[in-house]
Design a protein around this ligand. Structure first.
Ligand SMILES: [Zn+2]
Length: 415
């Protein structure tokens, strides 16, 4: 049985940072019969951070925290001195009060503030937008060195990420991201050497990405399909257009013909091309577009001249957005997984043809390659890919909102 301790109770808990003192005070309170069962050893844990570790791997530094009891947290950055700030409810940090420096973190400090507990990660210099992975009781921040101006903008922008609370509902004013898990139902998509169906991988990645995006709290998310069902390509595009999505991201896994299957591996990103950028891209576009025929449906036939006029009106702006989105996706994935050479390609995918919604299609790897197939079958790998895509989407939306505000960064004037 779990005795819930409301987050409001933190204010009434002992504030001493010394574990021994804390325990003694709790015991005294216990003797008086005032301690909630959840605070006693052996009972369900109260909300708090029970473990913290700081590790370095290559140019990446990771802070991993074990959170108990649905702890609320909020992450922001500070320009001078460069630091990341993790704000928690008061008295909820039970991890070490300091950790050895690692990678781009020179020191970790924990202090009580007027409103809560602040964990300060002092940085050796500016960092890129941190990746935030939040799953069940694990919160992981992954940090990499980055540019000074981008870091200053990040510090000025306020909250970077926060926990999802039961009371918080997605605001209708947040931009909508439409995720499109490729294939489904009677259309399995590519089939791996060991029998993996593309449609299952795309759906698993889309669900994970949706979860991570919603946890990060900067956008709303809709899926073109949330289960194993066939959805015609044109209908997928319509989902994005009807809801005036800020962006559309189609998720796929690749497959190469037998003669190149041994070598072809890695992720790639596609945007709409008037003519496909190479023969491989053209063949792929044909294959993905054939998905409609697999479902026994045809696209409405529109004369090509009419299409071309309609598209040219809106497409220029949409195209610029799509290209920027694709660049961000390539940069984020490049850090996380093997990439196909010439990672950004152009092809005539039907799902990218909304003239008014910036769109990209990501092929997360080759199911025809044994290593790619094995990796894509692993939830941990899919979670890392999703975290990279979160970073790309966040970067895309941040710039779009900035552009909408006339180039001003919110809060840029304040120190
Ligand atoms: Zn596909």
């Amino acid at each position: 049985m779990i005795q819930a301790v409301g987050t409001g109770d933190h204010h009434h808990r002992p504030e001493s940072g010394v574990p021994g003192q804390r325990r003694r005070r709790l015991l005294l309170l216990g003797a008086a019969g005032l301690v909630l069962p959840a605070l006693l050893p052996g009972a369900a844990r109260a909300a708090g951070v029970s473990r913290a570790s700081l590790t370095q791997e290559g140019h990446r530094t990771r802070l991993a925290l074990t959170l108990d009891g649905g702890l609320r947290w909020e992450l922001s950055a500070q320009a001078e001195p460069p630091a990341l700030l993790l704000d928690l409810p008061r008295g909820t940090w039970h991890g070490a009060s300091s950790l050895a420096a690692a990678g781009c973190v020179s020191a970790l400090r924990v202090a009580n503030t007027r409103t809560g507990t602040r964990v300060t990660l002092l940085l050796t210099g500016p960092i890129a937008t941190p990746r935030v992975l939040s799953r069940d009781s694990l919160l992981m921040l992954e940090l990499r060195p980055g540019g000074g101006p981008a870091f200053a903008r990040m510090a000025a922008a306020g909250r970077l990420a926060q926990s999802t609370g039961p009371a918080r509902r997605p605001s209708a004013s947040l931009p909508l991201v439409v995720l499109d898990p490729g294939h489904g139902g009677r259309d399995p998509g590519a089939i791996g050497a060991h029998g993996t169906h593309e449609k299952r991988i795309t759906l698993a990645v889309a669900h994970e990405l949706k979860r991570q995006l919603e946890a990060a709290g900067f956008c709303r998310v809709a899926l073109t399909r949330s289960r194993d069902v066939f959805i015609p390509l044109a209908q997928r595009v319509e989902v994005a257009r009807k809801h005036q999505a800020a962006l559309f991201l189609s998720i796929h896994a690749d497959s190469a013909p037998p003669e190149t299957a041994r070598h072809a591996r890695g992720a790639s990103v596609y945007t709409l091309g008037e003519t496909a950028s190479d023969a491989l891209a053209a063949a792929l576009a044909r294959r993905e577009n054939l998905a409609d025929k697999a479902g026994g449906l045809r696209l409405p036939s529109v004369p090509p001249e009419v299409l071309s006029i309609l598209f040219s009106l809106m497409r220029q702006e949409t195209r610029a957005g799509s290209e920027r989105l694709a660049r961000l996706v390539v940069a984020a994935l490049d850090d996380e997984t093997t990439m196909l050479p010439h990672s950004h390609r152009r092809a005539g995918f039907v799902v990218l043809k909304a003239p008014d919604v910036p769109a990209a299609l990501v092929e997360l790897g080759f199911l025809s390659h044994p290593q790619d197939e094995e990796a894509l079958g692993k939830p941990a790998h899919r979670a890392r890919l999703a975290a990279a895509l979160v970073q790309a989407v966040q970067g895309y939306l941040a710039r779009s909102q900035q552009a909408a505000l006339g180039g001003a960064v919110p809060g840029a004037a304040s120190p």
